[in-house]
Every structure is written in structure tokens, then in C-alpha cells.
Design a protein around this ligand. Structure first.
Ligand code: PEP
Ligand code: MN
Length: 486
């Protein structure tokens, strides 16, 4: 029995940016796309609210609020991802599994950004290519769940579905429509601080040693990282000496893009706007064919493993937006579905438009990835997708005492297999997708610190999946860099 979204239907009746003249996307099954056309499709992980008036009020508010990101930024990222697809750059994407509104705070944001920058520096050194950085941040508030309810202290309660839907506290599990608007403001504040910090020199490559390595306790890791930093410092100082960096703004700051799973379509729809394409920005015309639909909630949005049904609501929504998008690909993705997804979401074969985020698990990647690579690389999509390895989501398991964890060795093993398989198949592994935090959490076992299962309780703070801590994440970056240099 297909379920139609209830709140989505309410949203569909709200006026939205005059959807009448869009030149594309093309009608599919006789149906024209609009930001709300997903509401006619069966949906998984639907949000069923009991207060419809409040939902409509929240969505109307969201529709009035300004875009969080702009077409210029979105298109700039798409161009960078084009370079990744063509093997000219490497993609690093990372952040929390479930971002809480509480993480919208100076230290939490800064430590994550610093970690991503440190990792990207190591990867640039390893890949000898530019690194495109996308944070799972400033909007990663909606979580798909395998079960709609869970038992807590003998009571069956709705599962926590992310701060945009309900609260983790047991008395906040009812879906609360005002959280839709709260999500917007937390996302905007996070991005505001990101932008301000970056433009104020947080990522100034002339000062790599200011990045603070104090938290890296392991002397061997310290030495390795310092060696990389030294070699970069040497290159920069040479460039200064020969006067090559005079106009080089690129060394003073970096691009950092935002991303989240586009799960809650009511929210994504409300921030999807018909806007002037950047290439046409200076042309004095209001012609509709110079505009496209942009999901302005983030630069990059992806479709999760549980919501990529070909005839489902999520695919319908995603096929109409101009943003670069990700698709999670796993053990339950058939090769024929994979091609259908590409043809539905990227009929014009734009290079870099789609990132395939593969997540099989270390024991399955060998048997499943090669066939997925072959079907894509032997089709019209050859060399047009970004292949990205998510070594996290196929490697989640429970300890004997029921704690959700991941083993560092499993994560590394899936990543190494991915690198090797792409080499064997003649394709390019263009990036990694990681769940990490800048703090010293104890959620994944292993790594150079040798965290064991008994240590997990020391500082386990994730509200969803276990994340790599700052040492494990940096160590992983070194290991990837080593492989890329081979
Ligand atoms: C996630 O990225 O947090 C997630 C839920 O992944 P997947 O959809 O691959 O299970
Ligand atoms: Mn996760």
C-alpha cells in the first residue's frame, strides 16, 4: 500500500514560486515536475504530523525566508565536482551522522572545520591534486530510521528522527512542526559562522602551524603530520621568495561547501527556488529559460539508502533540482536500478552532477562494487559520475552489550578495497564520505590509540551512528594519502 505524504499534500497547495514556465526537467510518465510533484508519489520515511495548521505555518515561513546558499556557489561546487569526476581533483566529505541544534556553537563548529582542513591538507599532499571539501554540516538534521519506534525503559516510543523532526529527550518524541523553522535558523547560523571564520583567516595556508596540533597525542602521528606541514610550508615559502604568490588569494582561504541528506522533502521543497543561472546573471533578461530550480538549503544534497526507490517521492523531487546530488549505493542496489537512477536524475549526462556514494561493508565490497562500476562505466555515464567511498555505513555493528560501533580496521579495509578495485577496473575513486567529529569521542574502536570495546563508554556522545574521533579521522587521511601516492 503506497503511502502518500500528508504534510506534503498541505505543502503542495501552498503557492510556490510560479512553477509554470520551467523549460526542464522534462515531464516523466506524463507528469510535469514541480517542487511539490513528489507529493503524488509513494514515500518512505514520511513525516506524519498531527498539527497540520502548524506545518502549513512553518512551511509558509520557510518559503518567505531567503536562500541559505546561492546558485553561484552551487554551480561553483558543481564545476569542482566535474573536475573530480574527470580525475583532476579529490573530494573529502565529512561530519556528524546526526547534527544536533546544540552543535551550532563556536567550538563544535570550529573543531570540525579545522579537522576537515587538516585532513584536506594531508589529502592534497597525498593526491597531488586539489581537494574539494564538503561538510556534512549546517543542515544534517533529519535521520532515516530502520524502525519507527524503540523501547526505552520498557515503553514503546517514537524513534528519534533528528532535530528537524523531534527531540532526543523522551518527552520530545512527538513530531514538532516548529522544528522546521528552527532547522533553517540553525543551518543559517552555522553557515554564517563558517563563512565568517574562513574569510577571517581560519584556513590561511600561510600559517599552517596555527592550526593547533596539541590534541594529537600520538608522537608518530604528530611527526607524520608535522612532516607534511613542513613540506607545505617549504613550498609556500619558496613561492613567496620567487614572488609567485603575490595575487594568490587561494592560499589565504579555502572553499567549504555544505551538505545533508535530503530526507524531509517538505523542508527541501520550501527552500527550492527558481533562480537565475549564474552564467546569465549579468544578462538583462527575465526570460524563464535562463533560470533553474535550486534547492537553496545546502550546496549538495544526497538521497539515502532507504529512500532511493525509482518511483518514489525522493527521486521525483531530486530529479528537478540543479544542485549536484549524491546517491547512496549499497548491497540492495541492483545494477539495473543504478542505471535507471542515473537516467532519471541526470538525463543530460552532466559530468559531476551525480556522486555515487558506495557503502557496502568491508565483507561485501569485493563482490558488489566491480559490477556497479562496470554497468556505469560501460554506459553513456562513463567518466561522468564521482565515485565516492563511504566506508562507514556498511560497517556498523553492535557490541555484546548492545552499543552501536564501527571498527577502524573495517573502515580502512573497505576504503583500501575501494581504491584497489577502482584501479583494477580503470575507474577513478574520487572521494571519501566520513562520519567524524573534531572531539575526542570514543565511538569507533581501533585506530592508533587502540580503543577497545570497554573504552566506548568513556566519551560516547553520538545520538545516531558512531563517528571517527579527531585522531582516527586524521589517521585515516594519512592512510588514504599514502595509498594515493603509491
Ligand atoms: C547516513 O549517511 O547517515 C545514512 C543514514 O546513510 P545510508 O543512507 O547510507 O544508510
Ligand atoms: Mn549515519
Amino acid at each position: 500500500q503506497p503511502q502518500l505524504s500528508s504534510a506534503g499534500k498541505a505543502a503542495a497547495t501552498a503557492s510556490l514560486n510560479g512553477a509554470s514556465h520551467q523549460p526542464q526537467p522534462q515531464p516523466r510518465d506524463g507528469q510535469t515536475w514541480s517542487p511539490s510533484s513528489w507529493t503524488t508519489k509513494p514515500i518512505k520515511q514520511d513525516a506524519i504530523y498531527d498539527d497540520h495548521k502548524q506545518v502549513e505555518k512553518s512551511l509558509a515561513k520557510l518559503e518567505r525566508l531567503p536562500p541559505i546558499v546561492t546558485p553561484t556557489e552551487i554551480v561553483r561546487l558543481k564545476n569542482s565536482l566535474r573536475d573530480v569526476a574527470l580525475g583532476k581533483a579529490f573530494l573529502l566529505q565529512g561530519g556528524d551522522c546526526a547534527e544536533l541544534f546544540d552543535y551550532c556553537e563556536e567550538n563544535a563548529i570550529e573543531s570540525k572545520v579545522k579537522l576537515l582542513l587538516q585532513m584536506s591538507l594531508v589529502l592534497i599532499w597525498g593526491a597531488n591534486k586539489p581537494v574539494v571539501r564538503i561538510a556534512r554540516m549546517a543542515g544534517q538534521y533529519a535521520k532515516p530510521r530502520s524502525s519507527p519506534t524503540e523501547i526505552i525503559d520498557g515503553k514503546e516510543l517514537p524513534s528519534f528522527r533528528g532535530d528537524i523532526l523531534n527531540g532526543f529527550d523522551v518527552d520530545e518524541r512527538r513530531l514538532d512542526p516548529s522544528r522546521l523553522v528552527d532547522a533553517y535558523f540553525h543551518s543559517a547560523s552555522t553557515l554564517n559562522f563558517l563563512r565568517a571564520s574562513l574569510s577571517s583567516g581560519l584556513a590561511d595556508l600561510h600559517r599552517p602551524l596555527d592550526w593547533g596540533l596539541g590534541h594529537v597525542q600520538d608522537p608518530e602521528l604528530q611527526a607524520k603530520y608535522s612532516k607534511t606541514v613542513d613540506s607545505i610550508t617549504d613550498s609556500l615559502s619558496f613561492m613567496r621568495t620567487v614572488g609567485a604568490d603575490i595575487a594568490s588569494k587561494a592560499l589565504e582561504t579555502v572553499d567549504l561547501y555544505t551538505s545533508h541528506e535530503g530526507l524531509l522533502l517538505e523542508y527541501e521543497q520550501s527552500l527550492t527556488r527558481r533562480l537565475r543561472d549564474p552564467a546569465n546573471a549579468s544578462k538583462p533578461s527575465t526570460s524563464e529559460d535562463q533560470k533553474s530550480w535550486y534547492d537553496t538549503s545546502a550546496h549538495f544534497v544526497w538521497i539515502g539508502d532507504r529512500t532511493r526507490q525509482i518511483d518514489g517521492a525522493h527521486i521525483e523531487f531530486f530529479r528537478g533540482i540543479s544542485n549536484p546530488i549524491g546517491i547512496k549505493v549499497g548491497p540492495t542496489t541492483s545494477s539495473s536500478d543504478l542505471l535507471t537512477l542515473l537516467r532519471t536524475l541526470n538525463p543530460s549526462v552532466e559530468i559531476g552532477k551525480i556522486t555515487l556514494i558506495t557503502r557496502y561493508g568491508s565483507s561485501k565490497v569485493r563482490s558488489l562494487l566491480p559490477q556497479h562500476i562496470r554497468i556505469v562505466e560501460n554506459s553513456e555515464y562513463a567518466r561522468s559520475v564521482v565515485w565516492q567511498c563511504d566506508p562507514m555505513h556498511g560497517n556498523t555493528r553492535s557490541t555484546s552489550t548492545g552499543i552501536k560501533t564501527r571498527q577502524f580496521s573495517d573502515i580502512l579495509s573497505e576504503l583500501q578495497d575501494c581504491l584497489a578495485i577502482h584501479k583494477e577496473e580503470g575507474s577513478y575513486l574520487g572521494g571519501v564520505h566520513l562520519e567524524l567529529t573534531g572531539d575526542a569521542v570514543t565511538e569507533c574502536t581501533g585506530g592508533s590509540e587502540g580503543l577497545g570495546e570497554d573504552d566506548l563508554s568513556l566519551n560516547y556522545t553520538s545520538f545516531c551512528d558512531p563517528r571517527l574521533n579527531e585522531k582516527q579521522a586524521l589517521e585515516l587521511a594519512f592512510l588514504i594519502a599514502g595509498h594515493l601516492r603509491e
